[in-house]
Design a protein. Structure first.
Length: 441
């Protein structure tokens, strides 16, 4: 920031006590007759001088600044920099209240809070769909142009102002009308949705890293693991109250609950091998009943194509990720056969979801990136309460819901060979009839 920095900036407690860092910058800027962007630039200069050995990211880049702030010691800030200390404390508080793995990168807001020019960081939690204070459904798109806004301070706009159309994103609905509407039509949803966050953060899904160790995973699937936890947490809601991502993922992933108090101790290596064999025999029977010839081809290929049968790709992923050490680290008391069955269900559904999305978009690169990143994933050691909840996934319905494309690809290969033979000059007028027995073989 050019020029000398002011020594003192007046900030009231009401600016930051109930506001997120996003709302705090706007409230403090409005009180000091400037914009939130100008306030962020002022704090950028202070932070750069206070932490010269660890250059901070821009305060306007809220998620990056929160991740940096949690690694800093607030006590090292000079006493005359009270405003900078408050910014750091607010950023650390936001990071504790909503883990960075749960923070959505686009803006979510409550229309009632927006009328009061406030924003709470809990609104940015991936599992939150209703404001915990007002019970109103959170909005994610401008009511004028339907654009989504990034969760960061914009240079040319103020709080809750759309950067695309320039209109207030809260629109002309009116907070009171919105509150009245949601109180009447969705009066049961807010009370249940308050439990969604706890369920999503406290569940362990076999094959996915534990929530407490997710950041330590060497390979990440973007937001997929958190989306699956949100899908599990929203099982207590009626389908019409669930988020859009959960409605989509619900077609591919199905959960079955198991409470750890009803499970035995972790099995030995021999028991694990027996459990894997049992699950493999079940899969072979299901594949035979559903007509999946892809089951016989178990060699994993790095060049998997989204046109390959998802059941075959999922099975090969599961076989590659098998291992007693992985089961021992992630079981949490779940018996080996139940763990590996759920692990297989996760691989089958993930391959199915990736195949459908890639085929609709025609994007083979993203499909290969997802499959190859998921294949060698090692599950970190779980931490936290050992009596938590484990959400296992079903692995039977995929074989009957997914049509096998393995045989059709072989048929197309034979058909191309036949066409090449027919076009060959060595084949006479009646050659096509002679090729029919070869084709049917």
């Amino acid at each position: 920031m050019d020029g000398p920095l002011p020594l003192y900036v007046p900030i009231l407690e009401e600016h930051w006590r109930r506001n997120s860092l996003y709302g705090f910058l706007e409230a403090a800027g409005r009180f000091n007759l400037c914009s939130a962007w100008e306030m962020s630039r002022l704090f950028d200069g202070w932070a750069a001088r206070a932490f010269e050995l660890r250059p901070p990211p821009q305060v306007a880049n809220l998620p990056a600044f929160m991740a940096w702030a949690v690694t800093c010691d607030v006590e090292s800030i000079a006493p005359d920099r009270r405003a900078l200390r408050i910014v750091m404390e607010v950023a650390q508080r936001d990071a504790r209240e909503v883990g960075l793995g749960w923070l959505v990168p686009w803006l979510k807001w409550c229309p009632v809070c927006a009328d009061a020019k406030t924003h709470r960081v809990v609104h940015q939690h991936k599992a939150m769909m209703f404001c915990p204070e007002h019970g109103v459904r959170l909005l994610t798109q401008c009511t004028y142009c339907a654009a989504s806004l990034p969760y960061r301070v914009q240079r040319m706009s103020s709080l809750f102002q759309c950067t695309h159309c320039g209109q207030p994103i809260n629109g002309g609905e009116g907070a009171l009308a919105t509150l009245f509407h949601h109180r009447r039509s969705e009066n049961a949803a807010p009370s249940k949705s308050s439990c969604v966050r706890q369920r999503a953060e406290g569940v362990l899904i076999p094959g996915l890293p534990d929530y407490g160790q997710a950041a330590a995973s060497p390979v990440r699937l973007g937001s997929m693991e958190q989306d699956l936890r949100v899908l599990y947490g929203e099982q207590i809601l009626e389908p019409r109250f669930r988020s859009g991502s959960s409605k989509v993922l619900g077609h591919y992933f199905r959960f079955t609950d198991r409470q750890l108090t009803e499970m035995g101790e972790a099995s030995s290596r021999v028991d694990h091998d027996r459990g894997v064999l049992s699950v493999l025999q079940q899969a072979a029977t299901l594949a035979l009943m559903a007509g999946h010839s892809c089951f016989v081809d178990t060699a994993f290929s790095e060049a998997s194509d989204y046109r390959d049968c998802p059941c075959g790709v999922g099975l090969r992923l599961w076989l590659r990720r098998l291992g007693f050490d992985q089961y021992r680290k992630g079981c949490r008391g779940l018996k080996c056969d139940a763990y590996e069955a759920s692990h297989l269900g996760l691989c089958l559904s993930l391959a199915w979801f990736a195949s459908v999305q890639a085929s609709r978009a025609g994007d083979a690169v993203s499909y290969q990136s997802l499959i190859q990143a998921f294949a060698p994933w090692i599950v970190p050691t779980p931490v936290g309460d050992p009596m938590g909840r484990v959400a296992t996934m079903a692995h039977q319905f995929q074989w009957f819901a997914i049509p096998c494309t393995h045989s059709s690809r072989i048929f197309l290969q034979r058909l191309r060979q036949l066409e090449a033979t027919v076009r060959s000059p060595q084949v006479g007028g009646g050659g096509i009839l002679d090729e029919i027995p070869w084709l049917m073989s």
